[in-house]
Design a protein around this ligand. Structure first.
Ligand SMILES: O=C(O)[C@@H](CO)OP(=O)(O)O
Length: 248
């Protein structure tokens, strides 16, 4: 038996609102993001998609989204697992930079390479600079060489897959409904893996904030419906287009 996987990107954050590259910077949800998280919880409840376990990153915007959504869905009591491997992609030296200004300074091609190419990382962040997490206590157990200073999507997939196989797959194999609350780019990595999307095509895929994406999986853990099913498909389409257009 395999269970049901539900992917949920955190609600709008304070830095999404300001159009800043965020990555591992631990910003909170804004009021719109809290509303989106509540709507996410309502959608879970309305569709009878009731998680048995939740996995989140170690970043506040994902943790709070999961708490708000599960509270609304009356599933606030389920077991919780958190891991840095579900974090947003580390945006390197772009963390804290304005997306519009970055686009204007470096031009469309470089901007999109940094944002959406599979294997071109942004420039590395300097240890000790304002938006660096090198000495953040939540990563203290990680050997220094394993703490990223910038990641491309490929790097995210490489660090997220061990968590997929070790922690998420066993829950799915136990026939659970598994909620994963994470980030635009860590979820793009999981979708790439699940739907076997090419390195080129993944650059066009954007995940909207706060709308649960349901995947029913076969015995080989392949999606029964490629691309999964958003619980509010109309809103998801519109919101994904808005993510694609950030910086413009
Ligand atoms: O800034 C970030 O961390 C991400 C997600 O908000 O941005 P982008 O969609 O540009 O990869």
């Amino acid at each position: 038996m395999t269970g049901t996987l539900v992917l949920l990107r955190h609600g709008n954050s304070e830095w999404n609102a300001k159009n800043l590259f965020t990555g591992w910077v631990d910003v909170d949800l804004d009021a719109k993001g809290e509303d989106e998280a509540r709507r996410g919880g309502e959608l879970l409840k309305e569709h009878g998609v009731l998680p048995d376990v939740v996995h989140t990153s170690v970043l506040r915007r994902a943790i709070r989204t999961s708490e708000i959504a599960l509270h609304i869905a009356d599933r606030h009591w389920i077991p919780v697992k958190r891991h840095w491997r579900l974090n947003e992609r580390h945006y390197g030296a772009l963390q804290g930079k304005d997306k519009k200004q970055t686009l204007e300074t470096y031009g469309e091609e470089q901007f999109m390479l940094w944002r959406r190419s599979y294997d071109v990382p942004p420039p590395p962040i300097e240890v000790g600079s304002e938006f660096d997490q090198f000495n953040d206590p939540r990563y203290a157990a990680l050997p220094p060489e394993a703490r990223p200073s910038a990641e491309c999507l490929k790097d995210v997939l490489v660090r997220a897959l061990p968590y997929w196989y070790d922690e998420i797959v066993p829950d799915l194999r136990a026939d659970k409904t598994v909620l994963v609350v994470a980030h635009g780019n860590s979820l793009r990595a999981f979708v790439k893996h699940l739907d076997q999307i090419s390195d080129e095509a993944i650059s066009k895929l954007n995940i909207p904030t706060g709308i649960p994406l349901r995947y029913d999986l076969d015995d080989d853990l392949r999606p029964i419906t490629r691309g999964g099913l958003y619980l509010d498909p109309g809103a998801a389409k519109e919101a994904a287009a808005a993510v694609a257009n950030q910086g413009r």
